[in-house]
Design a protein around this ligand. Sequence first.
Ligand SMILES: Cc1cc2nc3c(=O)[nH]c(=O)nc-3n(C[C@H](O)[C@H](O)[C@H](O)COP(=O)(O)OP(=O)(O)OC[C@H]3O[C@@H](n4cnc5c(N)ncnc54)[C@H](O)[C@@H]3O)c2cc1C
Length: 423
Amino acid sequence: MITKKNQATPDIIVVGGGAAGMMAAGRAAERGAKVILVEKTHRLGNKLLLTGGGRCNITNKAGLKEFVNAFGKNGRFLYRALTVFSNRDLINFFSSRGLEMRVDPDGKVFPVDDRAESVLAVLRQYIDDHQVRILHNTVVTNIIFQSGESLCAGGIRCADHSTLDAGKVIVAAGGMSYPKTGSSGDGYKLARQCGHSIVPLTPGLVALESDEPFLQELQGITLKDISLSVLVDGKKKVSEKGDILFTHFGVSGPTVLILSGIVIDALAAGRSVALSLQLRPADTAQELDPILQREFESCGTITLSRYLKEALPKSFALLFERRCAVEPGKRCSKINREERKRIVLCFADFRINITKPRPIEEATITRGGVSLEEINPQTMESRIVHGLFFCGEMIDADGMTGGYNLQAAFSTGYLAGESAVSD
Ligand SMILES: Cc1cc2nc3c(=O)[nH]c(=O)nc-3n(C[C@H](O)[C@H](O)[C@H](O)COP(=O)(O)OP(=O)(O)OC[C@H]3O[C@@H](n4cnc5c(N)ncnc54)[C@H](O)[C@@H]3O)c2cc1C
């Protein structure tokens, strides 16, 4: 067996140099452990640099309860991690190292200079300050065990067949999305080898595909400040206000990403899913009818076509004209009751059929992952293999947009690093 040359046996090996792995390695080393961080690519924090469109929405100012709720039914698992290393702790962590944070009115927290590079630089300094040794371009393929009766982590094996011993291994190998960043699902393989179950992996916070023929003409259009509802088998499940962006494959934008989880679950269960757009969200269909009647009367001589082009982006207005099946050249004042009803319906319930999510490679986050039942939430240690810890996106906890996912990666990483030293 080849062993990594010139590597004094560390106390702890951390697999993966993303947000969770850097925090885990830094915290364990700060507590006095000899730590080696093993990263598959030539650089740490590849995905971190993409976050928030390069601005890095690092956390959210929400309280603990809201944080837990942002992770749905699995949020309670994170309670301990979010308490041990909260959003306030994370903000202090960066500001005490010279990187100030700004809270936006919607609660999202960003570095004041809006640069993910600055966040990465602080983390890099943190692990360097505490002498974490980094092995770049090193792919971990196996967790190895100590000999003995119970299963105890004993180190790692790498793709070049070399091995590295350590009594504790923290796996922070990320999810499946944006595989070019290095996160291509290896962590799940490592967990499976150790006897862990993986909750099925699906894309999270992802754009949605549609088979509507009109998408080509809407490509690039954004409808702002509308209300979007998810209809499952025709029944409204949930609504969100915001923007929708039309693309060549379907729909995208932050509001669509937020709604994508419900859509994906319904599609997986074989249900039919549509998005219903309320183009004038302040008014229900009942309220809209008399409002439009007044507007059409006061618009007098202008045509429906002109009215719609003033209310909506041009290509969307053309589609609207076809859907409501009212002669576009008709003067507004001449529109009859039946025609107005069809126009009201298009404003209040403009439907777009949804066929599937975009592939997991394009998702913001991976849903599913290492089963939480097999991880101790107090420590992040495996309940199957002693001395093995999991943290970050690879565990079965995915949150809403708004900085929740990075906070969870940092909090679980911190807790894993802390626990691996104390264990
Ligand atoms: C485009 C985009 C934007 C996002 N924006 C935000 C945002 O603004 N706010 C937010 O909260 N969240 C955001 N997220 C989600 C956030 O990026 C993740 O939740 C977070 O990066 C997860 O951190 P992690 O350390 O668990 O995994 P990762 O950051 O994916 O790190 C895992 C690391 O493990 C390494 N690795 C994998 N396999 C191996 C192996 N076999 N051997 C060695 N190393 C390995 C990888 O190379 C990688 O460096 C965004 C995600 C995307 C894709």
